[in-house]
Design a protein around this ligand. Structure first.
Ligand code: OAD
Length: 241
């Protein structure tokens, strides 16, 4: 595995909620603490749910936004930010909406499921990095007056086209592919490591628990991403001195 890493010219990565778990952000499918163990996605994470009860949905995302704003990147995020300077081409695609990879220093992160810190007009899709405080919940679009919604991908929605294309292209041409902290259940992201395998890459999974990818991956490392990634980085590309 270390030889594959040291010899790699192109590395591509897919991360999921598990990499941010050590920053205190809940995952989705952990039996006790996962968001989907406590809340029903069809009431909170679909366009229909938003149309039925925009206030409930907006406030749930406000709660998650506050969690994200209070969180900090952990050693797993930092190790990936360092890895980008160890190879000629590095593509980091994430299903996370928390922006922690960028805050750790990763450049050009491919956000497959959007970003919770942005909002967009429910009617016209215009994106907003910030919006004025408002008595209305959800706030209204400054351009057309429709509701603002979080800029995240909901169930039944397409992924941002350019994001999926970048991630799929990187999976097809990489030498090593990492699947980190994702249950590998949600499509189309779950297809990316399989595409990398089919294209001949060495696929390394890092996860606390087994997933459908585990038996297919070239290597599967069981444990916390924030523990394994820094050690792997140091073993493959030791810091000088
Ligand atoms: P999940 O909650 O489905 O899976 C998180 C994975 O991380 C599980 O396999 C855990 O065992 C593992 N894990 C937990 N803590 C870990 C740690 N410290 N180190 C390594 N692994 C750890 O989250 P995702 O796979 O990201 O979509 O879920 C995919 C999508 O489903 C999300 O983006 C979200 C959700 O519905 C949308 O909201 C569109």
């Amino acid at each position: 595995m270390l030889n594959a890493l040291r010899g790699a010219r192109r590395i591509a990565v897919l991360t999921g909620a598990g990499i941010s778990a050590e920053s205190g952000i809940p995952t989705f499918r952990d039996a006790q603490t996962g968001l989907w163990a406590k809340y029903r996605p069809e009431e909170l994470a679909t366009p229909e749910a938003f149309e039925r009860n925009p206030r409930l949905v907006w406030e749930w995302y406000e709660w998650r936004r506050a969690l994200v704003c209070g969180a900090h990147p952990n050693p797993g995020h930092v190790a990936l930010a360092r890895m980008q300077d160890c190879v000629a081409e590095f593509t980091l695609a994430t299903q996370n909406v928390d922006g922690l990879h960028a805050r750790a220093g990763s450049r050009s992160v491919v956000e497959l499921h959007g970003n919770i810190l942005r909002s967009k007009c429910f009617a016209e899709g215009t994106l907003f990095e910030s919006w004025p405080p408002s008595e209305s919940v959800p706030p209204r679009c400054p351009d057309c007056g429709a509701w603002l919604r979080p800029d995240v991908v909901w169930f039944g929605e397409m992924l941002p086209q350019g994001a999926l294309e970048s991630a799929a292209g990187a999976a097809d041409r990489c030498d090593v592919y990492f699947s980190i902290g994702t249950s590998a259940l949600v499509q189309p992201a779950a297809q990316l490591p399989i595409a990398a395998l089919d294209a001949g890459a060495t696929v390394i999974e890092i996860n606390r628990d087994p997933t459908p990818l585990t038996s297919l991956a070239s290597f599967s490392l069981r444990g916390a991403a924030g523990d394994i990634l820094p050690r792997l980085l140091e073993a493959a590309w030791p810091a000088p001195g």
